[in-house]
Design a protein. Structure first.
Length: 369
């Protein structure tokens, strides 16, 4: 099969071969349960978990006892929000353009009695810090915010959010799924979530970084594993993989991707008058571009762009026929939101890939016109 050029790294990344090599022995030779304390198989598994924690702690400057392994970022977000609001009391602040893992969890908490405020964004996808400050109430417990938006690549001012929140005694959870490995993670966040498969690690494993002083109620019970924060037999190969993937994160990679992305945007906007970039001009991650092909049917265009693998938004919303709620929150009309496509680059994207993708987009749009 002739596969298309892969430009959907924001949806998932390929497993790095170096990560795979570290994982393989834990499927066959070292297959023990990390909770088995009375023989070598269990000891080897536990040692592997500790090594993975050590890699993550060293790379991200967190304590090993503040690392909770989960099945992915969605579970990590659920644990962060539900774990803080176990009593279903208090006030949660989030943003209209958050991932559905956050918005759906917030909606569930609201149905159980938690007060929820969703901050609006401007046309560039940014929040107003003054509005955030006004939204904080005496019973506000938590602010949950993405570091980088998964559809537009807009970078949120998380450091300023954390500083403001902590002045008011409010906890902050940061969804770092799209920023880990590309930006420095914010200092002083109380909770940070991310997934292995966004950083060239395996699917089915994620992390919640949770400060020791944060009172976090477990949402999965059955053995009091991981300091009673998340029970269940640990996914040793997956944890080994995410530990290695985190250790291989290199912030310099995003610089090369940003150059390729900028050239791609410049060429398309120059050649195609219908193309407009969605999101902040300055505060966008270097590997994601969301483009509106004004006047064209985005889904039809997506199908005709058969030589490249891209998306029309978050992979988690791919079954929906509704226009992107993220783009609508930024003020785009339904028609323009339907006309928008996301291109996202990664570790293995080449200059040739982007040249071929650019030519394919231009040729396809001209053919439609």
């Amino acid at each position: 099969m002739n596969y298309p050029i892969y430009l959907d790294y924001a949806a998932t990344t390929p497993l790095d071969k170096r990560v795979l090599e570290t994982m393989l022995p834990y499927f066959t030779e070292h297959f023990g349960n990390a909770a088995s304390r009375f023989h070598a198989y269990g000891w080897e598994a536990e040692e592997a978990i500790d090594m993975a924690k050590g890699k993550i702690a060293k790379k991200l400057n967190w304590r090993t006892d503040e690392i909770v392994f989960t099945s992915g970022a969605t579970e990590s977000i659920n644990l962060a929000l539900k774990g803080v609001f176990e009593d279903f009391k208090g006030h949660l602040i989030t943003v209209q353009t958050e991932h559905k893992a956050t918005l759906d969890t917030a909606a569930y908490l609201e149905s159980r009695g938690v007060k929820v405020s969703q901050l609006a964004v401007n046309s560039e996808g940014q929040i107003d810090l003054n509005e955030l400050e006004k939204a904080i109430q005496p019973d506000t417990k938590l602010i949950s915010i993405m570091h980088v938006n998964n559809e537009t690549g807009v970078i949120m001012p998380v450091s300023e959010v954390i500083a403001l929140a902590h002045k008011k005694g409010v906890l902050v959870h940061v969804d770092a799924s799209q920023s880990l490995g590309k930006l420095d993670l914010p200092k002083d966040a109380d909770l940070i979530s991310f997934s292995g498969h966004k950083i060239y690690g395996p699917k089915g494993v994620g992390v919640l970084l949770a400060k020791k002083e944060v009172k976090l109620s477990a949402q999965i019970h059955g053995g009091r594993h991981q300091r009673n924060r998340r029970s269940g037999t640990l996914n040793v190969p997956g944890i080994v993989g995410i530990g290695e993937a985190v250790s291989k994160c290199n912030l310099k990679e995003i610089e090369a991707q940003a150059l390729l992305k900028t050239d791609f945007e410049n060429e398309l906007t120059k050649e195609l008058p219908c193309v407009k970039i969605n999101g902040s001009k300055n505060d966008r991650i270097g590997n994601i571009t969301n483009l509106c092909f004004k006047g064209l049917d985005g889904e039809e265009l997506l199908m005709k762009l058969s030589k490249i693998a891209i998306s029309n938004g978050s992979a988690c919303n791919s079954a929906s026929t509704e226009p992107s709620y993220v783009l609508k929150a930024m003020g785009l009309s339904e028609q323009d939101a339907f006309s928008s496509l996301r291109f996202s680059l990664g570790r293995f994207t080449t200059k040739e890939d982007m040249e071929n993708a650019k030519d394919h987009v231009i040729e396809t749009v001209y053919t439609k016109g």
